[in-house]
Design a protein around this ligand. Sequence first.
Ligand code: HEC
Ligand code: HEC
Length: 311
Amino acid sequence: MKNLICVLALALLPGVALAADNPDWAYPVTPPGQPPDAVTLKSLPGSSKQYTQAQIDDPFNPPDWYPDEHPPMPPIVAAGGPKPAGRACAQCHLTSGEGHPESSSLAGLPTAYVIRQMADYKDGNRKGVRAGNMIAMSKVLSDAEVKAAADYFASLKPMRGFNKVVETDTVAKSYVGAGGMRFATAEGGTEPIGARIIVLPQDEARARLRDPKSGFIDYVPTGRIAKGAALMAGGDGKTINCKICHGPMLKGLGEVPGIVGRPAIYTFRQLNDMKTGNRKGVWVELMKEVVAKLTDDDMIALSAYLGSLDP
Ligand code: HEC
Ligand code: HEC
């Protein structure tokens, strides 16, 4: 009863509808933290490099742990552009383009699509709750820098197994920590997953070091992968078959991006942003009817299914 009264009271407050439109679990906010350690050198298996955490978190010279495993990075990707907004793309999206759950994977996205996204951030078409850094960046980069970054990420092959989807009823208790990432609490314990996607690193220590090969697990409620598969086909009239535009394997078609093997929580955010209008534009018009009738649970299911497929 007490809960019911709370819910009713919240529903009457202005502004609360907005919060419900952008569920907290999908839009993690980085809490203020201590400055990173600048003394202890860290290393990773198979890499001859060593960096302190302060170097690892440097927005204008992020780590390049495995320089032989990717094509040469243009300066904008490796070291950024105009300061302070023009950070190095590799800081958040990693040298592998796989990204972290709070950002996005970029590996293998079509060049024209990436260029269009940068224009959409700049023009106010993309203004989701997690888009702040991208908006600031899009305003200071030259066309040549955007093109060089887009070409770099388009040339990368997405990694299998970087993003995994696991169905569960309970999940480790966790908190949002450095870099906007979730980590399991030190005390341990579990909690019901509820109607959420909870993302944890496959290897916490390596994720903190921004290892470009160490991925994440998107925990989703039981039954959602099968539900997403059924929804994807569009048979029940709730949405439109994704393959029509995203290609027969859902790996992209022309300038339309691939949507499989991407971080499930990122996919949820995009479906939600397109539904609420925080993401719009000429090409997004094609997605409007796709998302119009979807509930949060439908979007969790679609994201879970797509995330469970190989990129
Ligand atoms: C400080 C972290 C950070 C840095 C540095 C960064 N990004 Fe991002 N990027 C993000 C986040 C967070 C998102 C997801 C935003 C959202 O949900 O709309 C994102 C999303 C994107 C997307 C959209 C992907 C898609 O599938 O639509 C593109 C394209 C992109 N970034 C390109 C770049 C480029 C190019 C650079 C370097 C010039 C860069 N980013 C640097 C954090 C970052
Ligand atoms: C009628 C064509 C069409 C259909 C059908 C369609 N999409 Fe899309 N979708 C697009 C286009 C075009 C874009 C790129 C928009 C842009 O360039 O900003 C897109 C973008 C997306 C994105 C954002 C990807 C990113 O990198 O940020 C997601 C997620 C997505 N679609 C999911 C789906 C799902 C799930 C379905 C099926 C239920 C679906 N789409 C069906 C045309 C379509």
